[in-house]
Design a protein around this ligand. Structure first.
Ligand code: ATP
Length: 200
């Protein structure tokens, strides 16, 4: 099984690329979804969340109180604190999902994460794909997707690294400044490369 990481800034097109690959048969794991799973299943993480963010971190039925945690993290500037609890657990959780995907017979495993390069476990992924798009496109697309304001999106972009500076650290760069169809075509071509790689 080939393992691939996908990264890029907000609204660059990561999820769209992953959707194309899922359609083509890949197992796709999103880091945010994985983090949410870790927060409700890992006892150590659960305890730390309660210690740091209060018992309101969980609802009565044990589900995550995403509203409370989002308010604490984003509303009160405690994102780093939250990440410090959850992120160290992600590589092991991702490895576990990889094993499950392999056992299920998947050829390609894809891990989508904006903070991939920060949290990367050496050797976990065979390839890293970076999706880039000009800021104007990203703002316009996220505006339409999330109904958020331009100011809000610009603030979120500012908090992320400048992904244009990490092209040397990745295996593939997808520039997403054209149409959706063009992006899908690029994603399909790279997927074929992975399959060829797997068979050689
Ligand atoms: P985030 O980090 O915020 O989750 P992302 O990198 O996963 O963002 P997507 O959700 O894939 O980005 O794309 C952002 C929005 O832009 C989506 O609504 C998607 O459908 C749209 N989009 C992506 N690429 C294009 C394109 N080339 N043309 C038009 N719309 C696009």
């Amino acid at each position: 099984m080939i393992t691939v990481g996908v990264t890029g800034g907000i609204g660059s097109g990561k999820s769209t690329v992953c959707d194309v690959w899922a359609e083509l048969g890949a197992y796709v794991l999103n880091a945010d979804e994985l983090a949410k799973q870790v927060m409700v299943t890992n006892d150590e993480v659960k305890k730390q969340l309660v210690d740091s963010f209060g018992s309101e971190s969980f609802l009565d039925d044990g589900e995550l109180n995403t509203k409370h945690l989002a308010n604490e993290a984003f509303g009160k500037g405690r994102v780093k604190e939250l990440n410090a609890i959850v992120h160290p657990k992600l590589p092991a959780a991702a490895s576990q999902k990889m094993k499950e995907a392999e056992a299920q017979g998947y050829d390609i495993f894809v891990y989508e994460a904006a903070l991939l390069l920060e949290n990367l476990e050496p050797g976990l992924l065979d390839y890293i794909v970076l999706v880039l798009a000009d800021e104007d496109h990203r703002i316009e697309r996220v505006k339409q997707r999330d109904y958020s304001s331009e100011t809000e999106i610009r603030q979120r972009i500012k908090k992320q690294r400048n992904f244009e500076n990490v092209t040397e650290r990745v295996d593939y760069v997808i520039r997403n400044n054209g149409t959706l169809e063009e992006l899908e075509k690029k994603a399909e071509i790279i997927y074929q490369n992975f399959l060829t790689e797997r068979d050689t």
